[in-house]
Design a protein around this ligand. Sequence first.
Ligand code: NAD
Length: 299
Amino acid sequence: MTDVAFIGLGNMGGPMAANLAKAGVSVRAFDLSADARERAAAAGCRPAAAIAEAVEGAEAVVSMLPAGKHVRSVYMDAGGVFDLAPAGALFIDCSTVDVESARVVAGAAAERGFAMVDAPVSGGVAAASGASLTFMVGGPDDAFARAEQVLQHMGKVVIHAGGPGTGQAAKICNNMLLGVSMIGTAEAFNLAQKLGLDPQVFFDISSKASGQCWSMTSYCPVPGPVPASPANRDYEPGFAVAMMLKDLRLAQEAAAQAGASTPLGAEASALYALFDAAGGGSKDFSGIIKMLAGEWSKD
Ligand code: NAD
């Protein structure tokens, strides 16, 4: 695909659009923010002053927006993408949004004869800049095959999760598990320390025993055992608490709608909300160990 419109040029969308341009794709880039449009122009995209200008003649439209309400508005409002994109265009929404919004927008696209996929990402700004994101894609087989041609320029892994909304489902289920496992790992380290066990020794044992998990071996919440983990740099993100909280809340919304019982997900959401309210929102999510230990202070 050679002609792509990109809508939403923030911390993630900016570098993603830049990587598409770097790969030789003609990118017409739109954001409400003039600064973001200027940065995109400096990175090789063609800035567009409005959605209409961005999508004119586009083979695909990629969006990277804050939340479901922005995605619904950009695609479905009068004068939005559905009204203005050429017939046959493919829509790829990479934002992290609620499953319901993803399915509503994909359904509305299908009614108008457009193909659409939800393609949320794993990996933060560094992965967006380095074109090493993982995309979890929900949508029909043929739309996935077309989307893969675009997404490959912005990521390392592109996985087809199933029908519409399943990309979002995969993302929030994974991140709910991650939030729960981080809290469990943090509790275990805090208890180990109270019981007189050296954190490194506990790590050496548990990382080779049945307590082993990613939160311990790749993202250890105490400094020392995993030198690259945010614990070694005062919990600078990494993956910020505010982002984790957003995903945990999306998981709780989806669980309520689907009638799924997720008590530990609910507890994780409540604990991250507490940490956020205590001023931890911009810290890495592994920093919750400090709050659980009663050692957190914002300053
Ligand atoms: P951001 O706030 O930096 O960027 C969002 C951009 O969308 C902004 O530039 C904003 O001006 C633009 N925007 C909002 N409404 C618009 C509209 N109607 N038309 C055009 N542009 C509009 O957010 P971000 O960090 O880039 O995150 C984007 C998405 O990616 C979110 O859904 C987030 O959950 C997800 N995500 C973020 C990260 C991360 O580490 N930042 C990681 C994984 C997933």
